[in-house]
Write a protein that binds this ligand. Structure first.
Ligand SMILES: [Zn+2]
Length: 72
């Protein structure tokens, strides 16, 4: 039986940034004034945001880290 990736498992409430994760993450970083990291989700194969950039949690290696917006 082939394994099907499940979007329902472990990904509730997490937006999949898709293939344009860099642009999406940058836009969200600017909007929220935070730095974000993007990691590949082992559950759905998509890309999710995390604010944990210091390996405090056992996420996958980050694919991308946004520039930190200057707080004004
Ligand atoms: Zn996921």
């Amino acid at each position: 039986m082939p394994r099907q990736p499940s979007q329902e498992r472990g990904c509730d409430g997490k937006a999949n940034l898709g293939r344009r994760y860099q642009a999406n993450a940058n836009r969200l970083a600017l909007r929220h004034g935070k730095c974000y990291g993007v990691y590949r989700c082992p559950h759905c194969g998509g890309t999710h945001l995390t604010t944990k950039l210091d390996n405090a949690e056992q996420y996958q290696p980050l694919l991308y880290v946004t520039p930190c917006p200057a707080s004004t």
